[in-house]
Design a protein around this ligand. Structure first.
Ligand code: NI
Length: 401
């Protein structure tokens, strides 16, 4: 199949994609309930002949495009939610919701997926199998994908055989695609620790049990844990990001609180580090006669791209965009992503699409000044379409493979 035409096809829907993206951008919604965004998606999908289901515990949208002949199913994902932060881009379509911003590009992801649905619906007659469009709320820490899976997203006779998602980045020339085969993004767990000592007069620490030096020792020991007990090529990050204790200069407090994040790129190291953090904190507190509460809150799992499928995505991207616009990334990034839940169940891949502005500074995701290059969205639309068409055609051409 020649893919070069798909980019031209994508440009025919680019205006609509941009309009939808701006509509969503104006009204960012946070968490598992994004009703206005859901409404915008449902309106945009109307008339395409898709079977549509909406979520019960979230405002998700699941749309299925069934081709003219039987075949496999591929899932394509777009996330819908925004972040609780102000917007300072000064764009004419900037957020009209105080304290909420689409600073991670999910507005663009959703709009690209709608654009792909439109282009794929046009090709229904030549399609073998089906495409499942997953519009998910609650990617930013709310486990939206997990909720959708619990509601049956991946179940049934037409369960997806592969899954694909795009996330925008600012790291390459606009319109470029990057894929990391294997582990692509980290697990993201939270540590919350309370060191319990005994407060009193700061001039008489011997009458107290000062939790502050114990907390400091724990923070330091985590860095020893990471460098001495974790394989250097299967790395971990433990960052204590908040230390809270005390009220004034002459009072030793009863407790000290630590808050932080734990990142790994394999489930084995993840378990080793979680167990190690618990052991080190408990051991150091015990050595000083203090008590400690260690609360480890599990976030998203490691996002693991299937090596074969990621290779297929890279090949498809090279054919679509030219090899100079495609990067096989050499190492994972330590951010986390809840598409990981889908990839635990279905072989697939997430890819990055660069929406770096053509001129001016490129602010990263989660910056109040993050701006997307909207013309790059055409490459994303075409990429979704190309991956779906090729994946479904592969079986139609050589059945049983
Ligand atoms: Ni994101």
């Amino acid at each position: 199949m020649t893919l070069s035409r798909l980019l031209d096809d994508a440009k025919t829907v680019l205006d609509d994609v941009i309009q939808l993206r701006r509509r969503i951008h104006r009204h960012p919604e946070i968490g598992l309930s994004v009703p206005r965004t859901q409404e915008a998606v449902l309106e945009a999908l109307d008339g395409l002949g898709l079977q549509i289901r909406t979520g019960q515990r979230t405002t998700s949208v699941i749309a299925r495009l069934t081709g003219a002949s039987p075949g496999r199913t591929i899932l394509l994902r777009g996330d819908m939610d925004a972040l609780p932060m102000p917007e300072e881009t000064g764009l004419p379509f900037a957020s009209e919701v105080k304290g909420a911003m689409h600073a991670c590009g999910h507005d663009g992801h959703t709009a690209m997926l709608v654009g792909a649905a439109r282009l794929l619906a046009r090709r229904r007659e030549s399609l073998a199998g089906s495409v499942l469009f997953m519009f998910q709320p609650g990617e930013e820490g709310y486990h939206g994908a997990r909720v959708m899976i619990e509601e049956g997203l991946l179940d049934g006779p037409d369960a997806p055989a592969a899954a694909f998602a795009l996330h925008q980045t600012h790291r390459f020339v606009p319109g470029a695609i990057a894929v990391r085969p294997g582990p692509a993004m980290a697990s993201g767990d939270t540590l919350s620790i309370v060191v319990r000592g005994k407060g009193g007069h700061a001039s008489a620490p011997h009458d107290c049990l000062d939790p502050i030096p114990i907390a400091c020792e724990i923070v330091q020991a985590f860095q020893t844990l990471v460098t001495r007990r974790v394989h250097v090529f299967d790395p971990a990050v433990v960052s204590v990001t908040k230390i809270e204790a005390g009220t004034t200069r002459n009072v030793i407090p009863d407790t000290a609180n630590l808050l932080g994040t734990i990142r790994t790129v394999s489930e084995a190291t993840r378990e080793r580090v979680l167990e190690g953090v618990r052991r080190v904190a408990a051991g150091i507190a015990a050595a000083h006669g203090a008590e400690v509460d260690v609360d480890l809150i599990r976030g998203y799992p490691v996002t693991v791209n299937d090596v074969d499928f990621a290779g297929f995505v890279l090949d498809t991207a090279r054919d679509l965009l030219g090899p100079e616009n495609v990067h096989a990334t050499s190492h994972p990034i330590m951010a986390s992503e809840d598409f990981s839940y889908v990839l635990q169940r279905v072989p697939g891949s997430i890819a990055n699409l660069s929406t770096r502005p053509s001129d001016g500074p490129a602010f990263p995701n989660h910056s109040t000044r993050m701006v997307m290059n909207e013309s790059a969205l055409a490459a994303g639309v075409a990429m979704h379409v190309a991956v779906a068409l090729r994946f479904l055609a592969a079986l139609a051409i050589s059945p049983g493979r």
